[in-house]
Design a protein. Structure first.
Length: 278
């Protein structure tokens, strides 16, 4: 059951983002630019940290906050509402005059599995660059579960994944519900549609492990993809840092086998392999 504070916060969000932002702040939309970079996923994979790291680069300016959710949950608020979260045209020209390149970006990791997001982005921003940060699906699922525990999930991790696997039909394709911890980690099912809609040269993938182990080179590979100069990000603070007990070893072994074939299909699709066999 939701607490009174949570209910008050939801009412406030509905008022602020759907009324005030839509009808007042969105007036500035025509004077602002649309993003030319979208980070599409994945949830619990380090995208909040990426949002802050990018903003240090002199050629990059973030949206007003991360997880705007325009192309999934807030599409009905309209393009001017979306544009109201991005820099002005004047700011863009100022950066270009100084550095020749400019990127502003939307980091919404829910886009990767949303049924409508890819087509909506293509229709609105056909030339945009796309970045996905993918975490080992076992760790992603467990992290997502721990987030649910903070929101009063009472069942064990083993119970929730068992319930998910016992859903009717092909549960692996049902990545759109609230508790599809496993389905959301079957990235190949989600990325196939993005590769069908967008040129492969406009999609860039990295793993969370790469960002964690070698942030400087990983970030510079992303900057290279964007055709902007290398840059040493100074504040590499990890956002949404996790602190919970380790997963049961037997559960982990089971999930290594569970994800193995789908990971193999993913690696064939993207042309690279991540070390997710443990």
């Amino acid at each position: 059951m939701e607490t009174v504070n949570k209910k008050i916060h939801k009412i406030y969000q509905k008022f602020y983002y759907q009324l005030l932002k839509r009808h007042f702040f969105a007036i500035t939309g025509p004077w602002r630019v649309l993003p030319n970079l979208i980070v599409i996923g994945a949830v619990r994979s380090g995208t909040t940290s990426l949002f802050h790291y990018f903003n240090e680069h002199p050629c990059m300016t973030s949206s007003s906050y991360d997880e705007l959710g325009f192309f999934d949950n807030n599409f009905e608020l309209g393009l001017n509402w979306y544009k109201s979260h991005f820099p002005t045209k004047f700011h863009k020209q100022k950066i270009i005059s100084k550095f020749q390149k400019f990127y502003t970006y939307d980091v919404t990791p829910f886009y990767i599995w949303n049924e409508n997001a890819a087509k909506r982005i293509l229709d609105t921003l056909p030339n945009t660059k796309l970045i996905a940060l993918l975490r080992n699906p076992i760790d992603r699922a467990y992290s997502n579960y721990q987030l649910s525990v903070r929101d009063d999930e009472k069942q064990s991790f083993e119970e929730v994944i068992k319930n998910e696997m016992e859903q009717e039909g092909n549960f692996k394709t049902k990545a759109y519900g609230l508790q599809n911890y496993l389905a959301r980690g079957i990235y190949v099912n989600q990325l196939e549609k993005w590769y069908k809609l967008f040129p492969k040269k406009n999609i860039f993938l990295k793993s969370t492990d790469e960002l964690k182990k070698d942030p400087e080179n990983t970030l510079n590979s992303m900057f290279q993809f964007l055709d902007i100069p290398k840059y040493k990000v100074k504040n590499l603070k990890k956002h949404n840092k996790e602190n919970y007990k380790s997963m049961n070893n037997e559960t982990r072994k089971f999930l290594v086998d569970f994800f193995k074939e789908d990971n193999k299909k993913l690696f064939e699709l993207i042309g690279k392999k991540f070390d997710w066999d443990k």
